[in-house]
Design a binder for this molecule. Structure first.
Ligand code: GTP
Length: 248
């Protein structure tokens, strides 16, 4: 039962985890690597076992990136719809891996494809979460021109999640690119406005603004350190915490 175990007490009751599509690709750099998905599923299960209500938004960049397609001359809307379909493939892979571990899940798609998954229905998503099911939101927001980061921010606002966990390949947000600048400084905490004004690579500006307007903090952290999802959920200060101005 959520929140009734004797173990460590999670900092959050309901979270949205944003997983990039690339995270599912493994060493090949593209497609879905079932072993990698299985590893993430195990980490996700540890969080669910804490009694946390977990919703996942998954990207599709391991299969198709709408922006790259449109940069090469393709119609942006078409390219983005292809990206949304890619997220459905990833959602099904995650669902499969989670259910193999005994974690109940429901996939909901923003574009109706009823033979494959439930359509996105906010109240139903909340009900699933209350019943301890992991809800995987697929097909982005259903609209072109919106990223899956924005989907995570939107769904978090809709389901009243307390935080967006942005799982990435980076340790956190830096004032400049740490690969090219050995003196780059990692922010432990930063405001939404600073992220926007400095043009820092955290979430895209639409997603950041949506979180800012709805006062949903974002934790930006490295997914590739085993156990990190659980650490963040338990409130350990890793990565970068994005929120409103301190004292505001
Ligand atoms: P509760 O009634 O709250 O227990 O939720 P539930 O999801 O178990 O009930 P429901 O009878 O709605 O769903 C049973 C199964 O069918 C679940 O695995 C759902 O994900 C699946 N399901 C429900 N609606 C759809 C749909 O529109 N399309 C697809 N493909 N599956 C669906």
């Amino acid at each position: 039962m959520p929140g009734t175990s004797d173990g460590p007490v999670p900092r959050y009751r309901r979270v949205v985890l944003k997983l990039s599509g690339e995270a599912l690709a493994g060493p090949a750099g593209y497609g879905v690597d079932p072993e990698v998905v299985h590893r993430y599923a195990q980490e996700i299960k540890e969080v669910v076992d804490l009694g946390v209500e977990l919703a996942i938004v998954v990207g599709g960049g391991n299969i198709w990136r709408g922006t790259s397609g449109s940069a090469k001359g393709m119609d942006r809307t078409t390219a983005d719809y292809m990206g949304m379909l890619a997220t459905v493939i990833n959602a099904l892979a995650l669902q499969d891996a989670l259910e193999a571990l005994g974690v109940p899940t429901r996939v909901q798609t923003a574009i109706e494809m009823k033979e494959i998954a439930e359509p996105y229905i906010r109240r139903r998503a909340i009900r699933h979460l209350e019943k301890g099911r992991v809800v995987i939101f697929a097909a982005g927001t259903g609209n072109p021109f919106f990223s899956t980061d924005t989907t995570a921010a939107l769904r978090a606002a809709e389901i009243e999640a307390e935080v967006v966990l942005k799982a990435t390949k980076e340790e956190g947000i830096y004032d400049k690119d740490p690969r090219q600048n050995p003196d780059a400084r990692k922010f432990d905490e930063i405001s939404y406005l600073d992220v926007l004004q400095r043009g820092l690579k955290a979430m895209d500006s639409t997603a950041t603004s949506l979180c800012m307007d709805n006062q949903i903090p974002i934790v930006f952290f490295n997914l590739n350190v085993p156990g990190n999802i659980k650490r963040v959920v338990l409130g350990e200060n890793i990565g970068t915490f994005i929120r409103g101005e301190t004292g505001a």
